[in-house]
Design a protein around this ligand. Structure first.
Ligand SMILES: *[C@@H]1O[C@H](CO)[C@@H](O)[C@H](O)[C@H]1NC(C)=O
Ligand SMILES: *[C@@H]1O[C@H](CO)[C@@H](O)[C@H](O)[C@H]1NC(C)=O
Ligand SMILES: *[C@@H]1O[C@H](CO)[C@@H](O)[C@H](O)[C@H]1NC(C)=O
Length: 787
């Protein structure tokens, strides 16, 4: 390692680096531990170029760099594996890395060897979302960004652009990738996006000053994907490659787009990935309106846009949208895409230029975005180990602090769905005997979901439970979650003798994953029969634990008296087994709440391809998500019990019952077709809405005997919604810690333009006249809006 003489770090740091380096060299004498970077000051022939001058604005540096490239060099940079340009001292760069819920080695940019082998593996996102705690999400993002930088500093990364978060709405419970998302609600998904991105990218660069925006430095780069309306992988052989999502302007405006808008505007994400699917006939990577007019224009996006992998080739090969390969290249570069995961742009851009279909200026535009991000990552500033993020060492990866956060996330996400007769928590007496049964009882890999790397720690639920009860009998019940043939007799035999029975069942990646949507919502194979037969012979009602990303129809268990308690643990990550055991034995009070409703099997009558959120009574179409779905649910969105009992009350003094928006002198009231009057948000104006903000106060009282972290969810609803407005909509959430008997008052600020508006049929946000209510749990507060 070389340390700069002109910018010496503090001597303690030098000592640390030197020692760490010596150790590394001793351990791995042959492996390079040097991170790749440009503008090496020991190479005066290349480091004297203007693009290396850190005093110049990034804009100018990038322009200088692009001006030095030949056409072939330019084209070579348009794909995810960008080759080196040795004559300019530029190393290769890999755009594709993954960090969905922890740094992973499933992309091409990260290698977990030779120094760092593991990374903190947080719960799969759907479970983390269940904490309804955006500060937790932010801290997870920070850890991921820090560990990513440590991997780079150790010379194990050829890229620092991570293709996460996945912020598509979990529109249909069958979706195999729903597990990767924060659920079915746009408010939660938007706030998750902002927290994750800010954490990963590091918005406190240089001593706490917020340096977001175009020129801001990046610890690591996050990418909002998949833009947009992507939420079908492979359902009945209809694949994401061929699927054309028919989306109304109304649904686009208040369901599919808001998380992306937040991710860009508030999160200041430095990347966007366009999706495989078409939207109303246009492939998303070829959609100029989407990429350039909306994202870059309306939302002021500064960053790079990548295609999903091979999403450019399918525009010609599968979708037939482009007549020739060159046309696909022209379409995406003109639309505003910058880099192609795959090799299509490498192979066909030159001939598109030769055929005069494409101007080089379109390539330069893309390169400008790409090199700006590489520069913001500090990869053109000389040795990155001498820069502020350069001090992040391998000791920070899998640190005690990071692993404690993985445990906290699992503890706070796990949802208690049923607890009859207060069966849980179990008594903490070593003498009790426990039967632990089910295909997930000894799960390890399944705990991690998908897009995971090697975790810091591995412990199965069974092993974790052994810390609490000495006398445990275990039987898997089935040979896998597919459970074609359950071992009824052996499982029953194991259950009969025990004081308590814990069944651990559910789904895994063989049932729901990328490229595999489910066809049914029940438990696979004979799992249900196994559970019922064990419950029947057990001494006491049993405890059922479900591991799954998507919802499962467990109506049978909800109504079965022999099943006393049910927990949903998502895919809870490296510390998930411990969190489960702690909850079962009362060391932690569960507070998670479902980030999506759990539907009954009836749901699957609706084709997965129907993208409409709103129901249509005349054809029997039931709509989507808790906001619109009119069919049966097993558990609603936001449902979740606790070992404590929380009581809510609106502090009416602080609120008003009427909101007068008719005082806006700016514009007349609009009238819609079915008699509901409304005002467009764009007419009301930001200033007016700011004046009309409501402060809503809710008192929360922990009536129980146990301390708990409890997310308070505030909804706005209408008895008779008009104009395609939802039955209810989450507008705020805050997590509070309350001791037994403790009360707190929580304040929510509601801005009518943001929290009380919905899209009209043209896709414009509007506030409608009507009798609304605010709701927290059973507490309701009427609110009339006059326009
Ligand atoms: C989907 O396609 C595969 C392979 O082409 C075929 O084996 C399978 O039966 C098809 N499934 C359905 C549900 O059509
Ligand atoms: C850490 O990574 C190594 C290398 O991939 C793997 O063999 C090991 O099992 C991982 N540790 C844990 C606890 O999973
Ligand atoms: C707004 O509507 C209320 C109730 O209909 C009415 O009393 C009030 O005068 C209106 N205000 C304006 C400025 O028109």
């Amino acid at each position: 390692m070389k340390l700069h003489s002109h910018a010496p770090p503090p001597s303690a740091l030098i000592f640390f680096f030197t020692t760490a380096l010596l150790l590394l060299l001793l351990l791995h004498p042959t492996e390079s531990t040097q991170p790749p970077y440009s503008c090496d000051s020991s190479q005066p022939s290349t480091s004297s170029y203007p693009f290396c001058k850190t005093t110049l604005p990034i804009n100018q540096r990038v322009q200088d760099l692009i001006s030095r490239l030949t056409l072939d060099e330019k084209i070579s940079q348009l794909v995810n594996s960008a080759p080196p340009i040795p004559r300019l001292g530029i190393p290769s760069y890999e755009w594709w890395s993954e960090a969905l819920h922890g740094v992973a080695d499933v992309g091409k940019g990260i290698k977990l060897y030779p120094t760092i082998h593991n990374a903190t593996s947080f719960p799969q996102v759907i479970l983390t979302a269940a904490s309804f705690n955006d500060h937790l999400w932010y801290r997870i993002g920070q850890v991921i960004g820090t560990e990513a930088r440590a991997v780079y500093n150790a010379g194990q990364a050829t890229g620092m652009t991570f293709w996460a978060p996945n912020i598509n709405i979990f529109r249909d419970p069958r979706w195999g990738r729903g597990q990767e998302t924060p659920g079915e609600d746009p408010t939660v998904t938007g706030r998750y996006a902002v927290s994750y991105v800010r954490g990963v990218q590091g918005d406190s660069f240089y001593g706490g000053k917020h340096k977001l925006g175009a020129g801001g430095r990046l610890q690591a780069s996050a990418c909002c994907k998949h833009f947009t309306a992507y939420d079908l992988d492979n359902w009945n052989n209809i694949t994401r490659f061929g699927f054309d999502a028919c989306v109304t302007q109304q649904d686009l405006a208040d369901t599919y787009q808001p998380p992306f808008q937040k991710c860009v505007q508030e999160g200041q994400a430095s990347g966007i990935m366009c999706a495989y699917n078409r939207i109303n006939g246009v492939p998303s990577c070829a959609d100029h309106n989407l990429l350039t007019k909306v994202a870059r224009g309306q939302w002021d996006f500064h960053g790079y846009i990548t295609s999903d992998c091979d999403a450019v080739s399918i525009i010609y090969d599968v979708q037939g949208y482009a007549k020739k390969p060159e046309d696909a290249v022209v379409d995406v570069l003109k639309a505003g895409m910058d880099v192609n995961c795959g090799s299509y742009l490498k192979d066909h851009t030159k001939s598109a230029v030769d055929q005069k279909k494409l101007k080089v200026s379109k390539i330069d535009r893309a390169l400008h975005n790409l090199f700006s991000v590489r520069m913001r990552l500090g990869l053109f500033d000389g040795n990155p180990l001498n820069q502020p993020y350069g001090t992040i060492g391998p000791d920070q990866v899998c640190s005690q602090l990071h692993q404690a956060l993985a445990l906290e996330a699992a503890q706070d996400g796990i949802v208690l769905l049923k607890n009859s007769g207060r069966l849980l928590p179990l008594p903490k007496a070593k003498a009790i005997s426990l039967a632990v049964i089910g295909p997930h009882a000894n799960a390890l890999e399944a705990l991690l979901g998908n897009y995971h790397g090697p975790p810091c720690k591995s412990i199965t639920p069974l092993e974790a439970l052994q810390g609490y009860a000495k006398n445990i009998n275990y039987h898997p019940g089935c040979d896998s979650v597919k459970c074609p043939q359950a071992a009824f007799d052996e499982a029953a035999g194991t259950a009969k003798e025990a004081d308590y029975v814990v069944l651990i069942v559910g789904l895994d990646q063989s049932q729901e994953r990328e490229e595999l949507d489910r066809l049914h919502l029940g438990l696979p194979g004979q799992q249900q029969e196994l559970i019922s037969s064990v419950a029947k012979v057990a001494k006491k009602p049993v405890i059922l634990v479900i591991l799954s990303g998507g919802p499962v129809d467990i109506s049978f268990a909800k109504h079965n008296k022999n099943i006393g308690s049910i927990l949903w643990a998502g895919y809870p990550g490296e510390a998930g087994g411990i969190a489960l055991a702690e909850i079962i034995f009362g060391e932690h009070n569960p507070g998670g709440r479902l980030p999506m409703a759990w539907y009954t099997e009836d749901y699957v009558k609706m084709p997965m391809t129907d993208m409409r959120m709103r129901c249509e009574p005349k054809t029997g179409y039931p709509g989507r998500t808790y906001r619109f779905y009119t069919g049966k649910k097993v558990f609603d969105f936001g449902y979740g019990l606790s070992y404590s009992n929380y009581v809510y009350k609106f502090s009416s003094a602080a609120s008003q019952n009427k909101l007068y928006l008719n005082e806006s002198s700016i514009s007349p009231t609009a009238k819609s077709s079915d008699s509901g009057r409304y005002q467009l948000v764009q007419d009301l104006g930001g200033e007016f809405c700011e004046q009309k903000k409501l402060s809503v106060r809710v008192r929360v009282h922990n009536h129980g005997e146990m301390v708990g972290k409890h997310p308070v969810l505030l909804f706005v609803g209408e008895k008779k919604p008009k104009n395609g407005r939802p039955m209810k909509q989450l507008v705020g959430f805050k997590s509070v810690i309350l001791s037994a008997g403790e009360r707190a008052e929580i304040e929510f600020d509601l801005n009518p333009c943001e929290h009380l508006s919905h899209a009209n049929e043209e896709g414009l946000m509007a506030v409608g006249e009507g009798s609304y209510f605010l709701g927290v749990g059973d507490a309701k507060y009427p609110l009339d809006i006059v326009v």
